[in-house]
Design a protein around this ligand. Structure first.
Ligand code: MG
Length: 143
């Protein structure tokens, strides 16, 4: 049986930080740019993220597990739009939107934030030893 991996979106697959900082600089009076139309749909993929997803999807049972920006109802749809645009239609069937990620059962969670309730192995993305997708793939190659 394939091992199951959950992959976060914001600051793991998508460059949320860059878009947020750019929007705050452009419109300092807008305190929650992530609440604006198009914010989530237009995030740029992080380097190597798209190739890494497709690579992992061959070897593992992969799900995209993202917590919603619940004050922005559009984000639920825009995350789905982003996935189809960057990962393809098939990948949209692997989307799970859930605030409490520890409820999901699986072997690995790749996320920039810790979820202590998750029972599998967490790879804290963006921090050593998983600073980028190359390092994540190196680890999972032997998993
Ligand atoms: Mg995140």
């Amino acid at each position: 049986m394939k091992k199951r991996i959950y992959i976060d979106m914001d600051n793991t697959l998508c460059d949320y930080r860059k878009a947020y900082l750019a929007a705050r600089k452009r419109e300092p009076e807008t305190h929650y740019p992530q609440s604006q139309y198009g914010f989530f749909a237009n995030l740029e993929p992080l380097p190597q993220a798209i190739a890494a997803y497709h690579h992992l999807a061959k070897k593992f049972e992969v799900y995209i597990l993202t917590a919603p920006s619940y004050l922005n109802p559009l984000c639920y749809t825009e995350k789905r739009v982003w996935i189809e645009r960057h990962l393809g239609l098939e990948a949209t069937q692997h989307l799970i939107i859930c605030k409490r990620k520890g409820l999901l059962k699986g072997d690995f969670l790749i996320d920039d934030l810790p979820y202590p309730e998750f029972e599998g192995t967490q790879l804290l993305f963006g921090k050593a030893p998983y600073e980028n997708w190359g390092q994540v793939l190196d680890f999972l190659e032997i998993a």
